[in-house]
Design a protein around this ligand. Structure first.
Ligand SMILES: Cc1cc2nc3c(=O)[nH]c(=O)nc-3n(C[C@H](O)[C@H](O)[C@H](O)COP(=O)(O)OP(=O)(O)OC[C@H]3O[C@@H](n4cnc5c(N)ncnc54)[C@H](O)[C@@H]3O)c2cc1C
Length: 398
């Protein structure tokens, strides 16, 4: 008979790891096991993101995203300071380049104030001092935004969990879940495990893991690939900090931006196109099950019918470097196609409801013996410490 663990966490991305860490802090001595199907931590969303510590300006006041991003920004910085993880609070500018964006910029500024953030409206002259190569009509300066390498954060969470007596098992894929009496039995690629309580942080597969446990999520994860270019080293000087366009209020995650990364390189992107595989990092990657599930989902067709124009624009930007560059030139007119080389893509796990509505906020489903984190898109890396603490606070002592 295998050991019975107090808590088993599925997923070694930043949400699973921060949750395991929070549990080890809340319940010292508890038996904690984290199962990750890949051979390294942070192999999917967490290891392919922009590395931005967001401020929380975009999100609806009172939502999980707004509260956890603001608090998470602070706790992430404190965590990095405490554990010597390289990071930088370089600040960001959100730039209106067209007259019709000014109203959205104004709304965003008000939202920033409502969310209790230190934000500042600046004109073109002040913008030129911060970002000399950016051309804009007006901007918002957000000093609390920063950069970090989230893989390093994950490695630190993993080490702390193990130092506290927990176990992190890589290369172990959860295949089936069965509740038997007061226990949860997990069948995995490396044998069976038993838990008193299960926490699903499986990112791109969180809906499937929830379904294995019979949790009626009533949503489906749709994978959206985000493609990047990188600025050639001799052009990095064009970007001093983080430079963002004014987002479309319906899709705040759309809009390519410039990100200075830890390590000094500068990325431009990402766009957002439907991926034909949940882990399809290349344009040509295809997985029949993943693709068929999207095509057979009513919610996807309702969403597509409503927003086909935005979807088409993103696809054009995916296939045409010239179109991608045109978007980037709106912020930095002197950027040329030759200044950019392709960089690795990431895949966002975005939950979609059957009625075609994108699930905007973080979505957590609680059952008697399990919790499922079923929508944790951006800014979940920034907010990860708060999400982990929230999940741990919902979990009973075993
Ligand atoms: C392109 C892009 C840019 C982004 N930029 C930012 C940013 O700058 N700042 C920010 O705050 N957020 C950003 N985000 C969002 C952020 O990266 C994610 O919200 C966050 O990483 C989600 O973490 P996670 O642990 O939920 O998921 P993941 O990192 O995807 O981890 C889930 C893990 O579960 C594992 N798993 C799945 N199924 C199983 C199974 N059956 N058995 C065992 N293991 C399993 C997977 O292998 C994976 O490692 C970005 C996301 C993307 C894609």
């Amino acid at each position: 008979m295998s050991q019975i663990h107090d808590y088993v966490i599925v997923g070694g991305g930043i949400v699973g790891l921060s949750t395991a860490y929070a549990l080890s802090q809340r319940f010292p001595g508890a038996s904690i096991l984290l199962l990750e199907k890949e051979d390294v931590l942070a192999a999917h969303q967490t290891g392919h993101n922009s590395g931005v510590i967001h401020s929380g300006i975009y999100y609806k006041p009172g939502s999980f995203k707004a509260r956890f991003a603001k608090a998470g920004n602070r706790s992430m910085v404190e965590f990095c300071q405490k554990h010597d993880i390289e990071h930088e609070l370089c600040g960001k500018v959100i730039v209106a380049t067209k007259v019709e964006e000014l109203q959205h910029l104004d709304n965003l500024y008000k939202r920033g104030l409502e969310n209790g953030l230190d934000v500042k409206r600046i004109g073109p002259d002040e913008l030129k001092v911060i970002e000399p190569h950016v051309s804009g009509l007006e901007a918002i300066q957000v000093p609390s935004a920063g950069i970090v390498n989230y893989r390093q954060v994950c490695e630190t969470f993993g080490r702390l969990v193990e130092e506290a007596g927990g176990t992190v098992r890589l290369g172990t894929k959860v295949l089936a879940i069965k509740e038997v009496g007061q226990q949860i039995h997990l069948e995995t690629s490396k044998g069976d495990f038993t838990a008193k309580f299960l926490i699903n942080c499986a990112g791109l597969h969180s809906d499937r893991v929830a379904n294995m446990d019979g949790a009626t999520a009533d949503l489906k994860i749709i994978p959206f690939r985000g493609e990047y270019y990188e600025l050639k080293p001799e052009k990095r000087h064009l970007v001093k900090h983080l430079i963002y366009p004014v987002p479309n209020p319906s899709f705040p995650f759309l809009g390519v931006h410039y990100t200075r990364m830890i390590g000094g390189h500068v990325e431009a992107g990402p766009n957002a196109v439907l991926a034909m595989a949940r882990e399809g990092y290349k344009k040509t990657d295809f997985n029949l099950r993943d693709f068929a599930e999207v095509m057979g989902y009513k919610g996807f067709w309702t969403l597509s019918a409503k927003y086909w124009k935005e979807g088409l624009e993103e696809m054009v930007r995916s296939w045409s470097k010239a179109a991608f560059v045109r978007s980037l030139q709106q912020l930095i007119p002197e950027i040329q196609s030759d200044d950019l080389v392709p960089a690795p893509a990431g895949i966002r796990a975005q939950a979609l409801k059957p009625n075609g509505e994108l699930v905007d906020d973080f979505h957590i489903i609680q059952k008697t013996r399990s919790i499922h984190v079923c929508n944790a898109p951006s800014p979940a890396a920034t907010a990860s410490i708060e999400i982990g603490q929230h999940v741990a606070s919902c979990v009973p002592l075993q």
